[in-house]
Design a protein around this ligand. Structure first.
Ligand code: HEM
Length: 190
């Protein structure tokens, strides 16, 4: 039996990590730049379709997660740490669905359409009332704010597993790395 994530699970995880990083970088830079900067429109043109790509990927990830459960956590991991890990995983999945939907609604509330990579335009899911705009703007901002601390906690936990517990949990998510002391079935190496 293997204690590593599958290649598909790893690819989805690292691809989404990269995209979320790009979302934070673009979202925060848009907010920091003056509206007149030429970069603002370029970054918006990236932020919106990239966010919708995250939505598509998270649907794939949830379906894949239901079909192929992740490897078990080390059996000696305290219950409270297991509970935090489980809670964090589902919170991330929820946020990866909520953030794009809220962002999409927010753009609609501005009276604009969301176009995905110039290929198609998404249907309008929110009206242009002032209250809708305000609620969606705040929701997008507050979830992003909470998300950055949760991502920090997730990274800290991964480093704790790797450097303090040395239990192979981080290595299990790394390509071509074997978790220390955990035998990997030859079939999983292919
Ligand atoms: C996982 C997905 C997403 C993440 C992590 C994310 C993150 C962020 C962040 C960090 C900001 C700056 C927040 C602030 O300080 O006020 C922001 C702003 C914004 N986001 Fe997102 N976002 C996501 C998806 C989307 C999507 C799919 C859309 C639209 C289709 C969108 C539209 C916007 C808009 C309109 C702003 C305000 C900046 C502007 O005027 O363009 N976001 N986002």
């Amino acid at each position: 039996m293997t204690h590593r994530y599958t290649v598909t699970a790893m690819t989805l995880h690292w691809l989404m990590a990269l995209l979320v990083l790009a979302m934070f970088a673009s979202g925060l830079t848009i907010k920091a730049l003056p509206e007149t900067s030429a970069w603002v429109e370029t970054l918006r043109a990236l932020h919106r379709p990239l966010g919708m790509t995250i939505l598509a990927l998270v649907v794939v990830r949830i379906l894949y997660r239901m079909a192929v459960p992740p490897p078990p956590l080390p059996s000696d991991l305290p219950l409270w740490q297991r509970e935090i890990a489980r809670w964090l995983e589902w919170t991330f999945l929820f946020a990866m669905v909520a953030m794009p939907l809220i962002g999409w609604g927010y753009v609609n509330a501005l009276g604009k359409d969301v176009t995905v990579w110039g290929l198609f335009t998404l249907p309008v899911i929110a009206g242009t009332e002032k209250e809708t705009l305000l609620v969606l703007d705040l929701a997008h901002e507050y979830i992003a704010w909470a998300l950055k601390y949760l991502i920090g906690l997730h990274i800290a936990a991964a480093l704790f597993h790797h450097f303090v517990r040395k239990d192979g949990v981080l290595a299990a998510m790394m390509p071509n790395r074997r978790p220390a002391g955990v035998p990997v079935a030859p079939a999983a190496e292919a």
